[in-house]
Design a protein around this ligand. Structure first.
Ligand code: FAD
Length: 331
């Protein structure tokens, strides 16, 4: 991922898309067709595949990652959580990823098993009370120790602070700073953020990191995580789960149309496009990326990408141009 980011010209923008593994083979077949369409039409720099806490979706996550990386040729980043995961399971996942040609891992702690799966509703397995890994840094350190620089590693960042229901008073980005410094020093190559709608929270988060006296965040890619608004109910549910603040102005715009799903989507595309346009122009950031939590849905994210001019030109068009401007071929 970071090689691809660094190969972009200065001032370029890029984006990535997140997908979760469907539960059924029919779901997989449908998603595969959609992924083919999306990868050709939208051309993300990379895609990411979620991982169910405790390894609950291990087989299916790897299956989806294989489709993305091998069958569709997309640069794929596999999410991997470590809490309630045995070392054997982590080793197996990393070995499998390697076999599939995957070079990118988003190293996460994950949450203790709960009834609600990460952006999905898959059943969770029994807690195996594993004690090898407690925090995401344990996983970053382990992967670096076992695999050196083979994997490009991403870690999670929280512009509005990490929401831990048992310590709501600690939901403050400053509280997470020491652990983010540690994760970065231990070998993280990029930071991908939790979804947010409060763009000012992201602004001050990025400023805090870039200006941090340790200097560890000076150049590391900080990729803002954005969730397209698919419906009023989904927005309410996901923002509650992730503890993302919904600014009043945004809510007022959506409240005004909440009875009409199509209008909610249209207003949502405008809201997300404004967020992207606000974040885009940063002289301090050589190449600005955006990560979209697609919820495996296609239309809304496509509209946002089109409206923000984030879709890169096709390779074919570039090839044709190169051919047309090659004197030998013109003759
Ligand atoms: P950590 O970096 O370990 O931090 C978790 C919290 O613990 C923070 O508040 C931190 O400040 C604190 N902390 C860290 N180290 C210490 C320490 N030594 N002592 C005390 N406190 C400490 N979950 C999934 O299950 N599957 C996914 O696919 C998934 N994908 C995600 C993708 C992104 C981009 C993001 C932002 C989150 C994702 N999550 C996923 C959710 C994530 O697993 C949870 O938010 C989890 O609670 C924290 O993970 P972390 O990697 O941030 O943990």
């Amino acid at each position: 991922v970071t090689d691809k980011i660094n190969a972009l010209p200065e001032g370029a923008n890029y984006f990535s898309l997140e997908f979760f593994p469907p539960k059924t083979s029919m779901g997989f077949a449908n998603l595969q067709v959609r992924l083919e369409r999306m990868s050709q039409a939208l051309r993300p720099l990379f895609v990411t595949v979620t991982w169910g806490a405790g390894g609950s979706t291990a087989t299916k996550s790897l299956e989806l990652a294989e489709i993305c990386q091998r069958q569709l040729g997309l640069t794929t980043c596999l999410h991997l959580t470590c809490t309630n995961m045995s070392r054997a399971l982590i080793d197996e996942a990393l070995e499998q990823a390697k076999v599939l040609g995957i070079r990118n891992i988003l190293a996460l702690r994950g949450d203790a098993p709960r009834s609600e799966e990460y952006r999905d509703d898959t059943q969770l397995p029994e807690d195996d009370s594993n004690k090898d890994f407690t925090w995401a840094i344990d996983l970053v350190t382990y992967i670096r120790k076992q695999y050196g620089d083979y994997f490009c590693l991403g870690v999670a960042g929280y512009p509005e602070g990490h929401a831990d229901e048992s310590h709501p008073e600690k939901q403050d980005p400053k509280f997470d700073l020491p652990s983010l410094i540690d994760k970065t020093k231990a070998g993280a190559d990029f930071i991908m953020t939790q979804l947010f709608f409060d763009v000012e929270a992201f602004d001050s988060y990025e400023k805090m990191l870039r200006e941090h006296e340790s200097g560890v965040f000076k150049t590391i890619p900080i990729i803002p995580g954005l969730m397209p608004i698919q419906s009023y109910q989904i927005l309410r549910r996901t923002s509650k789960l992730s503890h993302a603040r919904l600014p009043e102005g945004l809510l007022a715009r959506l409240d005004a149309v909440k009875g009409d799903d199509e209008l909610v989507k249209q207003v949502g595309v405008k809201i997300l496009s404004e967020l992207v346009d606000h974040i885009k122009p940063r002289p301090s950031v050589a190449r600005r990326g955006f990560h979209f939590y697609t919820l495996n849905l296609e239309k809304v994210v496509s509209h946002i990408l089109e409206s923000c001019h984030l879709i890169p030109p096709t390779l074919i068009a570039e090839d044709e141009e190169a051919i047309a401007t090659t004197p030998a071929i013109n003759l």
